[in-house]
Design a protein around this ligand. Structure first.
Ligand SMILES: [Zn+2]
Length: 152
């Protein structure tokens, strides 16, 4: 059966579910959006429903901490996830050029993490190592918050 690219694909949907379960305060900013890359003429991965935008603000210290941690987890588990490129806070990582390195696109991505899957990997929904890493990161942050409350 041919894949319908005019809708959200399974991988970004599964990744959002995973992130949202662990960090319910983060915002879903969309998967499918038939548009070009901001300030460019090439279609965005969103135009095929294979990119996820997770709303996180670098201006809120705890959110920046979460964003930095998730960005690292996505990069560390890029093979399992099948990530083509990820952008967060003026940094980009991609399968073709590695990273993280400076991102100079029109949108600095200081209010969301963008995660794009390739066409081939966008149909996968099973990420056991990434699931564990995100849960471990979340419980580590919970412990840290408790500790900070204890020491004042
Ligand atoms: Zn995006």
């Amino acid at each position: 059966m041919a894949i319908d690219w005019n809708k959200p694909q399974p991988a970004p949907k599964a990744l959002w579910k995973l992130v949202h379960t662990n960090f319910p305060s983060l915002r879903f900013l969309g998967i499918y959006n038939n548009r070009n890359v901001r300030g460019g003429a090439t279609p965005s991965a969103h135009a095929e429903g294979r990119a996820l935008d997770i709303g996180i603000l670098v201006t809120i210290p705890l959110e920046k901490e979460i964003g930095d941690g998730l960005f690292k987890i996505f990069i560390d588990n890029a093979t399992e996830l099948g990530i083509e490129h990820a952008i967060w806070n003026k940094q980009i990582w991609s399968t073709t050029k590695g990273g993280p390195r400076n991102y100079k696109g029109a949108d600095p991505h200081t209010n969301h993490i963008h995660v794009a899957f390739s066409q081939a990997t966008s149909q996968t929904t099973n990420f056991p190592k990434t699931s564990f890493a995100i849960a471990a990161f979340r419980s580590g942050l919970d412990d840290l918050k408790k500790y900070r409350r204890t020491v004042g």
